[in-house]
Design a protein around this ligand. Structure first.
Ligand SMILES: [Mg+2]
Length: 426
């Protein structure tokens, strides 16, 4: 969060399952569209927050399964855990607040007396969350009986039913909404209240997000009845909340456009980059565009034409070098020449390339050092390279003419080094 020195232009606070992540989209196209939009236009001056009912364990599992970006802030376990950055550093202030008036043992003891409740797996039981499964038909009656029972024991807790099956018991001051309110208050106290905040959700535990004053909200088209019903009863006349006509992450992009919160054209929706007139020139856009072209080239989704390669080479300084992740250094122009031989080599093989955490630092009047993670997914094979690139604006006085690549250096991230390095180009 310290990355930004001034208020974020936009803060997106999104649920994951069936909101950011579409489990019915095996190609993850809407998520990849969002990723490209975020990294090209928002990453450098905005904040991405994931708010999920998942525990940290199941959250990490989802990140391995889906092409998700790294958020700045991760709120897990239905708003009971707030963490920062890639290493999930916990917010101790939030822990302290939740510890007040919370007697976990007594909640566990009393709820164990209800046979309708089936305890969820051990990983989902968290310091400030106790989770069960309940059949939909019994949910209302059980919730009511639980409330009465807890009141009798002087326990001030919150019961949330979500997804037609999950029943979570949390401290009264917890939940996705309270966690967001805490975060906004904290940002405000640091003079960094985001200029705009957009919350995104699909199910019952997201309803609280939409109750926070001043935020925009999108219920994705596939939102569950429980959330739509909550909206009809509580927020029907709030013009800052929409029910999108598009599913999941595409619904989020739709909301960015609907509320005019910033650019809403994903580079993935631009078919011809040679024709592309940039509405927002920044190093992030250049990086996204470059790797998207690479994906399309190998999938044979662009024409196999010399003008394309020529325009790529025109964007490289003649002396620019490329350091391969397995140590060999060669000229960047030669690397682009070598692309001729890999045209269409991933046709029909579901290759996807995306970049994460594209963070440019301006190092001189016309030069940027850009660090990012570059991912490739092809079938079951998923690899990541930590990449450093140096880009300079073609015209020293303005960046409107685009960028020149001066240097690219890649190293393997974690244990993603492939057995066969011969097919590795960028
Ligand atoms: Mg959800």
């Amino acid at each position: 969060m310290d990355r930004l020195k001034s208020p974020a232009r936009l803060m997106i606070v999104s649920d994951l399952d069936h909101t950011m992540v579409d489990h019915h989209d095996s190609e993850n196209l809407s998520l990849l569209r969002f990723n490209a939009l975020w990294e090209s236009n928002y990453r450098h001056d905005s904040l991405l927050v994931f708010s999920t009912g998942r525990s940290p364990t199941l959250y990490k599992q989802l990140r391995k399964e889906k092409p998700m970006l790294t958020p700045d802030i991760t709120i897990t376990s239905v708003g009971t855990e707030i963490t920062y950055g890639n290493s999930l550093v916990p917010d101790d202030g939030w822990v302290e607040i939740l510890n007040q008036k919370w007697n976990r043992n007594l909640v566990v003891e009393e709820s164990s007396k209800f046979p309708e409740l089936t305890l969820q797996s051990e990983t989902e039981q968290r310091p400030h969350k106790i989770s069960f499964y309940v059949e939909k038909a019994k949910a209302q009656a059980v919730t009511k009986a639980l409330k009465e029972c807890f009141e009798k024991h002087g326990l001030d807790v919150k019961i949330i039913y979500s997804g037609g099956m999950d029943l979570d018991i949390l401290p009264q001051g917890a939940g996705k909404g309270q966690a967001l309110a805490y975060l906004l208050k904290k940002l405000k106290s640091e003079g960094k209240l985001p200029k705009n905040t957009l919350v995104c959700g699909d199910s019952g535990n997201d309803a609280e997000l939409f109750s926070i004053p001043e935020v925009y909200g999108v219920m994705v088209s596939n939102a569950q009845e429980e959330l739509l019903q909550w909206h009809a009863e509580n927020a029907k006349n709030n013009p800052k909340i929409i029910h999108a006509t598009e599913r999941c992450a595409s619904g989020i992009i739709q909301a960015i456009g609907h509320f005019s919160l910033g650019p809403n054209t994903s580079p993935r929706d631009v078919t011809d980059f040679l024709d592309c007139k940039l509405e927002n020139v920044n190093p992030g856009h250049e990086v996204v565009k470059f790797y998207l072209f690479f994906e399309r080239w190998r999938r044979a989704e662009v024409e196999n034409s010399e003008p394309y390669l020529a325009s790529l080479k025109a964007a490289c300084d003649p002396s620019a070098s490329f350091v391969h992740p397995f140590g060999v250094e060669q000229s960047l122009c030669d690397t682009i020449n070598a692309m001729r031989s890999c045209y269409g080599d991933k046709q029909g093989k579901q290759l996807r390339v995306w970049v994460d955490r594209v963070l440019p630092v301006q190092i001189s009047s016309n030069t940027w050092l850009v660090k990012f993670n570059k991912w490739e997914l092809c079938g079951e094979d998923r690899r990541c390279c930590m990449t450093t690139a140096i880009l300079s604006s073609k015209d020293a006085t303005s960046i409107s003419d685009g960028f020149t690549w001066m240097h690219v250096h890649q190293t393997w991230f974690d244990e993603s080094e492939p057995q066969d390095q011969s097919t590795w180009l960028f």
